[in-house]
Design a protein around this ligand. Structure first.
Ligand SMILES: Nc1ncnc2c1ncn2[C@@H]1O[C@H](COP(=O)(O)OP(=O)(O)OP(=O)(O)O)[C@@H](O)[C@H]1O
Ligand SMILES: [Mg+2]
Length: 381
């Protein structure tokens, strides 16, 4: 995705040229007034450049903007960098300064430093699960993979239910959640580790949960803010699992943070067709290697076989999860992810998928599935 710059100040072709020549695909917009970014529904760029050449005074609203969007990156463009302006800039939360004569190396270095810091800060691995169709088992898979990751040999795991309302993850985890993803989005400006923690539910399975709301949000939610929540979460947890709503295509555009996007499908024609177009769209939007397709409720006798699905999605199916409706349903009714129980093929399959995603070694105690299920649930070599 191109980096988005907003320049506050008069349009200067030289600045435009400097931004275009940074190491990143960039799109630049201009505004004469910082106030436009303070509106509740204003989309926030990756980097704001404030051009104060000729006035050498900061806009008074900058500190307020930084309070509302603490993770926003600000570069100051000044005629000269004098001590008092620097001090004022530091206090207002400016991250970088460049001064005249404007040099490409200075601008590129400032942009690289900011983007580099963002990448290091977000160290956790993010696994996004999205269904090719409703009801294919996306939440079942997200919850079980998250539970598997939360237990050794992986580590602390946060499941984020990105359905703004009526998501199912809390029910599957038997969790009562006081706060939701909507509370997170509405309070981004208050984010620090302690505040973020207070929004989460601890679940008996070991997974922490940022739940969906139990009623629709009164106000429209800026999807970019959902991405900021995920970005912040990744600074707090080594593993994040996302239950992604498939009906909200804007959310599918916000998966830059994801290490892997798992498209969940089954062997029904409509699902396979959707999986094909969804995988193609995701692969062209993100790195190809980042998108994988997994078959849930795999049925060896289905008229649609593995090769048909691989042809439709344009890539290998690396995991097939067996079907066990009774067990899957029982786990939901108990609010206890089935992966917590050993000695069944479904559990072994979810564990194997989690370990594959996290790149951690298979536990010795995990049963290797045998026979037909062994072929269905393991990764194909
Ligand atoms: N591997 C499986 N074998 C048998 N049944 C399964 C399996 N995985 C999920 N199910 C069942 O399928 C149903 C739908 O599962 P789930 O709610 O996870 O799907 P979903 O794709 O998240 O649905 P939605 O689109 O409503 O969010 C549930 O009853 C669940 O128990
Ligand atoms: Mg679901």
């Amino acid at each position: 995705m191109p980096i988005t710059f907003t320049v506050v100040g008069a349009r200067d072709p030289r600045v435009e040229e400097l931004l275009r020549a940074t190491d990143h695909a960039a799109s630049t917009t201009w505004t004469s007034d910082l106030n436009s970014l303070l509106q509740a529904d204003a989309a926030q760029p990756d980097i704001i450049l404030i051009d104060v050449r000729g006035q050498n005074r900061l806009p008074s609203t900058l500190a307020l903007l930084k309070r509302k969007h603490p993770s926003i990156n600000v570069i100051l463009i000044a005629s000269t960098i004098d001590g008092s302006l620097m001090l004022e800039a530091m206090r207002a939360g400016v991250n970088e300064c460049v001064a005249e004569p404007l040099a490409q190396t200075d601008v590129s270095a400032a942009v690289n430093r900011l983007l580099g810091q963002r990448a290091t800060a977000a160290a956790g691995a993010v696994f996004a699960f999205v269904g090719a169709k409703g009801g294919v088992g996306t939440t079942t898979m997200a919850v079980n993979v998250a539970t598997s990751l939360a237990n050794p040999p992986a580590g602390r795991t946060l499941l984020i239910d990105l359905h703004l309302a009526y998501g199912d993850a809390a029910v599957f985890l038997g969790a009562g959640a006081r706060f939701s993803i909507v509370d997170a989005v509405e309070n981004l400006h208050r984010f620090d580790g302690a505040f973020f923690n207070s929004l989460l539910a601890r679940t008996a399975s070991g997974v922490d949960l940022l739940a969906s709301a139990d009623r629709p949000s009164a106000k429209p939610v800026d999807p970019k803010r959902l991405a900021s929540v995920v970005e912040f979460a990744a600074t707090q947890y080594p593993y994040i699992v996302l239950d992604v709503p498939r009906s909200d295509t804007t959310v599918l555009d916000l998966l830059d943070q994801a290490s892997t996007i798992v498209v969940v499908a089954n062997q029904e024609l409509a699902t396979v067709t959707n999986a094909g177009s969804m995988s193609a769209a995701l692969r062209s939007r993100y790195r190809k290697a980042k998108v994988m397709t997994v078959i849930n409720r795999s049925d060896r006798r289905s008229e649609i076989g593995q090769h048909d699905i691989e042809r439709a999605v344009g890539g290998a199916i690396s995991f097939q999860v067996p079907s066990d409706y009774r067990r899957a349903l029982h786990a939901i009714h108990k609010g206890r992810p089935l992966v917590l129980d050993n000695h069944n093929d479904l559990s072994a399959s979810f564990k194997a998928l989690a370990q594959e995603l996290a790149g951690v070694k298979r536990e010795r105690s995990v049963e290797r599935p045998t026979g037909l299920m062994g072929r269905l649930s393991g990764r194909r070599s």
